[in-house]
Design a binder for this molecule. Structure first.
Ligand SMILES: [Zn+2]
Length: 433
């Protein structure tokens, strides 16, 4: 019998008090590892219906040829199927996460309260980062600025419960999708309601060039100029940063989110994660959406983070597996503003139990557990997932949702979505402004 606890701060007695419901179950484990539930710091669940559809394109053509047509299809789908469509993509994506030991995520999305209701029903801990955009996105694909402002505040009132399963962020999508006034409004709401704020930042070099041309600032400097660089902010991607940008972010207490597979798929480049971490910036790990990944697998993402850091710096010691694990747990919890990511008394009771029976884990070398797990474990090795003290997957069976019925329903709609998607005309904007 082997019962291994990876996290050094584990205290069995206190966990027993805190996690009374799961204590017996944990004791019965054989050849398992108990870990804090993983946290996906950035994703877009609506893209779950777009797996495997996108060709090899960089960001701007990808938006025009993949994302905007997809948004149009989903918008039409919502008209036909109502909010059920949002429930379906959320439930599907959430199940994939739970199966991989992910207990919470930050979902940059906008469209429907069904997303939050699905999380509550399934028992998943979700942060809805309400997406704001008032330029560049074709007008027919976005709500009016006034209705976005009204709806985000309604979401805050209804679903921002920091000690329960759902919370809300404001999320201006990018600098080139939001006017300065809209960004300032978002920053003001974040302060007023004590919310996190998430933004895509410096993902491509063109964004930096355009920002400099218009304002004379880099994207990070422009946020500083607007007074929006602060500890509420998590900046996603951060691929094209200079030393001054990193210095400003570190000084202001900004968190970053690293999405290595998405950055590689869209050929954005390699984010200077090692330099950011050395400067003291907490960096959470995220998958980004399925249109640019296409999996929601945090085990793959941890491996990709380590490998990309090493190949981009030319240093084999640039990132160690334990650092990637920290990015998927402790640092991701900071990004998500959740008191989670550690198996410690008092922390939110989110747990993943990994089974060590798989042939790909043999022989199991436990001299450096995180080295072994980050390089060898798969999402399918997760046997149980516990969120908020409740077992949402036991012996690989989801406890709160009929997965087979869900997949049947999604398949019926997916054929329609895929057909419409292939018929959509492409949008043709070229500039990032
Ligand atoms: Zn994203």
């Amino acid at each position: 019998m082997r019962f291994v606890v990876v996290w050094a701060d584990w205290n069995g007695y206190d966990i027993y008090i805190f996690m009374r419901k799961c204590y017996e179950q944990i004791l019965k484990l054989r050849r398992c590892v108990v870990l804090p539930g993983l946290i996906n710091s950035h994703t877009h669940l609506y893209q779950n219906l777009l797996k495997g559809l996108s060709p090899g394109l960089p960001l701007v053509p990808w938006c025009n040829q993949v994302l905007f047509p997809a948004l149009d299809v989903l918008r039409k789908g919502m008209k036909k199927h109502g909010s059920r469509l949002a429930y379906l993509w959320t439930a599907l994506a959430t199940n994939e996460r739970i199966r991989g030991g992910v207990a919470s995520c930050v979902d940059m999305d906008a469209v429907s309260p069904e997303i939050l209701r699905a999380w509550q029903e399934i028992g998943f801990r979700g942060v809805l980062a309400y997406t704001l955009a008032n330029k560049w996105v074709p007008p027919e694909l976005r709500a009016s600025e006034e209705s976005m402002k009204q709806q985000v505040l309604e979401f805050v009132q209804a679903y921002h419960h920091p000690y329960e399963l759902t919370t809300v962020f404001v999320a201006p999508s990018t600098l080139f999708l939001c006017s300065d006034d809209f960004l300032l409004w978002a920053g003001e709401q974040a302060r007023k309601y004590d919310l996190g704020m998430q933004i895509h930042l410096a993902e491509i070099s063109g964004e930096v060039d355009d920002q400099k041309e218009v304002t004379g600032h880099t994207p990070v400097e422009h946020l500083q100029y607007l007074g929006l660089l602060n500890s509420r902010l998590s900046a996603v991607h951060c691929v094209h940063l200079g030393d001054h940008d990193i210095e400003l972010m570190a000084k202001a207490g900004v968190q970053a989110v690293h999405c290595p597979k998405s950055n590689m798929k869209l050929a954005d480049g390699a984010a200077p994660i090692v330099r950011m971490r050395e400067a003291g910036i907490p960096v959470g790990l995220g998958t980004d959406g399925c249109a640019s990944n296409d999996l929601l697998d945090m085990w793959e993402e941890m491996r990709a983070a380590v490998l990309l850091a090493r190949v981009s710096t030319g240093r084999a010691e640039a990132m160690m597996p334990r650092e990637a694990f920290q990015m998927a747990t402790v640092d991701a919890a900071r990004v998500s503003r959740l008191d989670a990511g550690e198996l410690q008394p008092g922390k939110l009771a989110d747990i993943a139990v990994l089974e060590l029976q798989g042939i790909h884990l043999q022989p199991f070398n436990d001299q450096d557990l995180l080295n072994m797990l980050v390089f060898c474990a798969r999402a399918s090795d997760v046997r149980d997932t516990i969120i908020n003290g409740v077992t949402v997957m036991r012996n690989r069976r989801l406890t709160h949702v009929d997965e087979a019925a869900l997949v049947d329903e999604v398949e019926a709609i997916q054929a329609e979505v895929a057909n419409q998607y292939s018929e959509e005309s492409h949008y043709s904007k070229e500039s990032t402004r």
